[in-house]
Ligand binder design. Structure first.
Ligand SMILES: *Cc1c(COP(=O)(O)O)cnc(C)c1O
Length: 259
């Protein structure tokens, strides 16, 4: 709801770079997967600011290279320069380096704004907040700035990894979100029938398309732990819908179903 092309939690995390002046900057460098939501949002940011955007990937699937779609296609159309060679260790002063997935303190500003919107909307009420985590940056800064308890689940790595990510941004454990998990272990980016099934069910019952990478694990966790929530739950939809195009293609190929 922020902007058709700059939305979801990545827009919140990169809000800082849209708001402030960077007179000496002329390009952005980042890295990660060739289908990431962060990559797409950075391509929009670079376009809005007139910056060049260099993005480094370890690997690009031949299917994606031959049939560009989703975040990858959109980022290329925004002028992203894709590199498969090793990322240089040093950059000129005119370069802004953004770590994978936006795991950085600069993300706090935009998420603080989101927290203020939530606090305003639910003033005088008690709610619990739930959202699935990757780097955990969104959940951590939401916990810091909202008046409510934040619950999350790790989608990349396990609970110990997520807890470690929280410690890198906040030393006080009492200020961390509460980590919940499913009994079964899931690997990030892999396809699971129960993920696809809950995604379809949510779409049919609520009319809302959720993201296919993080939200299925999020909802399975939420439903597993329903009894621990004391209040109504605010589930944060973090965007990522453009990335669904490639996930739906992969699910279609795997389970031979078309959506
Ligand atoms: C990036 C992303 C997340 C994870 O955000 P973190 O701040 O890295 O925890 C969750 N959902 C969607 C749709 C995302 O794009």
């Amino acid at each position: 709801m922020l902007d058709e092309h700059f939305s979801g939690n990545k827009a919140r995390k990169f809000y800082y770079y849209l708001q402030h002046d960077f007179p000496h900057i002329s390009n952005i460098v980042s890295h990660g997967s060739a289908q990431s939501n962060a990559m797409y949002s950075l391509s929009v940011l670079a376009k809005l600011r007139g910056w060049k955007f260099d993005y480094y990937v370890d690997h690009i699937a031949s299917y994606l290279q031959e049939n560009p779609h989703g975040n990858f296609l959109a980022a290329c159309q925004n002028g992203m320069h894709l590199h498969t060679e090793t990322m240089p260790a040093y950059y000129h002063d005119n370069t802004l380096f953004i770590p994978e997935g936006g795991r950085q303190r600069e993300s706090e500003e935009g998420i603080k704004r989101l927290a203020a919107e939530i606090n305003d909307h639910y003033r005088g009420k008690l709610i619990d907040i739930f959202l699935p985590s990757g780097t955990g940056t969104t959940a951590l800064y939401l916990q810091k700035h909202t008046d409510f308890k934040v619950y999350t689940t790790p989608c990349v790595g396990d609970g110990a990894y997520l807890s470690q990510q929280f410690f890198e941004l906040e030393k006080d454990r009492a200020k961390h979100p509460l980590i919940l998990n499913t009994e079964k272990k899931y690997h990030f980016g892999k396809l699971y029938r129960e993920f696809f099934e809950i995604w379809i069910k949510l779409k049919q019952e609520t009319g809302i398309a959720f993201d296919l990478l993080y939200d299925p694990k999020g909802w399975l966790t939420l439903l597993t732990h329903q009894s621990i929530f004391q209040n109504d739950i605010l589930y944060i939809h973090q965007g990522g819908l453009l990335g669904n195009e490639s996930m739906l293609k992969r699910y279609g190929r795997k389970f031979h179903e078309n959506y």
